[in-house]
Design a binder for this molecule. Structure first.
Ligand SMILES: Nc1nc2c(ncn2[C@@H]2O[C@H](COP(=O)(O)OP(=O)(O)OP(=O)(O)O)[C@@H](O)[C@H]2O)c(=O)[nH]1
Ligand SMILES: [Mg+2]
Length: 325
C-alpha cells in the first residue's frame, strides 16, 4: 500500500480527489499516536481552507429515516448547486450490525454523484474520540470544498451533545406513533434543536402528525431559545417521498442567514474551537504524562489507586504536581 506524503494528501484534498480525501480522513481517524504528528501537519496545512461550509447535524431514533433524509436532502442541495459531504457518528458499538452497509444502499444515488462524498462512521474508539475524528474529518471535507457537511448521529446517549457541539445547524428527525414516547421528546434534545422534521408522514397519519406538530410547538414555547428571534419550525414530510424537503431547505437557509447576521454563527464556532482546544490539551497532557520518562511514577500511582491504597484523585494530584514540578 502506497504511503502518501502530507503534501500529496493536502494537494489531493484541495483538488477534490475523493480517494485522497478518504486517505486523509483515515489518517485523522487513526488512534495510533505515531500517526498524530502527521495528522497535525495535515490539519494545519488545510486550516486556511476550512470554515466555509455549513455544518449540519441530524439526529433521531434508529430507523427515523436519517439516512433516507440525507439522501433526499443531499440531492436537493446538489440541485441548488451545493457540494455535499456526509459523515456519520455511531458511538454505540452494539449497533454495528450492518448499519454502514445499510447506509451505503440508502444513500446509493447520492454516493454516485460527483459532487457528493459519503464517509461511514469510524468504527472504533471512545465516544469523545469518535466525535473528535468526525470533527476533523469535517474540516478536511471543508478544505475539499464541500458546502454542506451533513452529520448523521443516532439519537442515543451522549451523541447528540457531541454533535450539537460541532455543528451550525441541529436538525431533529421525528416519527409519529410506534413508541413515540420512547424517542423521548427529551428535554435535552429540544434545547439543542434548531429545526424539526416530522418524517414518514402520509395520508393516514397526517392528522396525527399535525397534532404532534402542535404539541412540539407548545413544548418548544417553554424552552429557552438558543438563537434569538428564531422560532424552531416543525416541518411535516417524507424523506422517502421527497415531501416537505423544499420547505425545510428554505427554513434552514433562513436560519443560517439569521445566525450569520447576529454573529452567533461566528461566536458559536469560536466556542466550539475553544472546546476542541481544551479537549486536545487534555489528550496531549495525558499522552505526555504516560510517556516513558514519567511512566514509572505514573504507573506506580495508578497502581496505588487500583490497590485502594490511595484515593484516585489524590494520587492523580500527586502525580501532576510531580510532573509539572
Ligand atoms: N414510509 C416511509 N418510510 C421511510 C421514510 N423515510 C425513511 N423510511 C424508511 O425507514 C427505514 C429506516 O430509514 P433509515 O433512513 O435507514 O433510518 P435511519 O434513521 O438512518 O436509521 P439508523 O441509521 O439505523 O439509525 C427504511 O426502511 C426507510 O426506507 C418515509 O418518509 N416514509
Ligand atoms: Mg442511518
Amino acid at each position: 500500500m502506497k504511503v502518501y506524503s502530507i503534501s500529496e494528501l493536502t494537494e489531493g484534498v484541495r483538488a477534490g480527489d475523493k480517494r485522497l480525501l478518504g486517505k486523509a480522513i483515515t489518517l485523522v481517524e487513526s488512534t495510533a499516536p505515531t500517526h498524530r504528528p502527521q495528522a497535525e501537519e495535515l490539519l494545519q496545512a488545510l486550516m486556511h481552507y476550512t470554515g466555509k461550509s455549513v455544518r449540519i447535524g441530524i439526529t433521531g431514533v434508529p430507523g427515523a429515516g436519517k439516512s433516507t433524509f440525507i439522501e433526499s436532502f443531499g440531492k436537493l442541495a446538489l440541485q441548488h448547486g451545493k457540494r455535499v459531504a456526509v459523515l456519520a457518528i455511531d458511538p454505540s458499538s452494539t449497533r454495528n450490525k450492518g448499519s454502514i452497509l445499510g447506509d451505503k444502499t440508502r444513500m446509493e444515488e447520492l454516493s454516485r454523484e460527483p459532487n457528493a462524498f459519503i464517509r461511514p462512521s469510524p468504527s472504533s474508539g471512545i465516544l469523545g474520540g469518535v466525535a473528535n475524528a468526525t470533527f476533523e474529518s469535517m474540516l478536511i471535507c471543508e478544505a475539499a470544498g464541500y458546502d454542506f457537511i451533513l452529520i448523521e448521529t443516532v439519537g442515543v446517549g451522549q451523541s447528540e451533545v457531541l454533535v450539537s457541539d460541532m455543528v451550525d445547524v441541529f436538525l431533529f428527525l421525528k416519527i409519529i406513533g410506534g413508541g413515540d414516547e420512547l424517542q423521548g421528546i427529551k428535554r435535552g434534545v429540544m434545547e439543542m434543536v434548531d429545526l424539526i422534521f416530522i418524517n414518514k408522514v402520509n395520508d393516514e397519519n397526517r392528522r396525527q402528525a399535525k397534532n404532534t406538530k402542535v404539541e412540539l410547538l407548545r413544548a418548544l414555547h417553554f424552552m429557552p431559545s438558543k438563537e434569538e428571534k428564531w422560532k424552531v419550525p416543525v416541518v411535516l414530510g417524507s424523506a422517502l417521498e421527497n415531501e416537505g424537503l423544499d420547505e425545510l431547505y428554505l427554513k434552514m437557509q433562513e436560519f443560517i442567514a439569521l445566525k450569520k447576521a447576529s454573529r452567533s454563527f461566528h461566536h458559536t464556532r469560536r466556542r466550539q474551537a475553544e472546546k476542541r482546544f481544551d479537549y486536545w490539551v487534555q489528550q496531549y497532557i495525558l499522552q505526555k504524562t504516560q510517556s516513558e520518562n514519567s511512566g514509572d511514577i505514573y504507573n506506580e500511582l495508578k497502581q496505588n489507586a487500583a490497590d485502594f491504597q490511595e484515593n484516585p484523585s489524590s494520587a492523580a494530584k500527586k502525580f501532576i504536581d510531580k510532573f509539572f514540578d
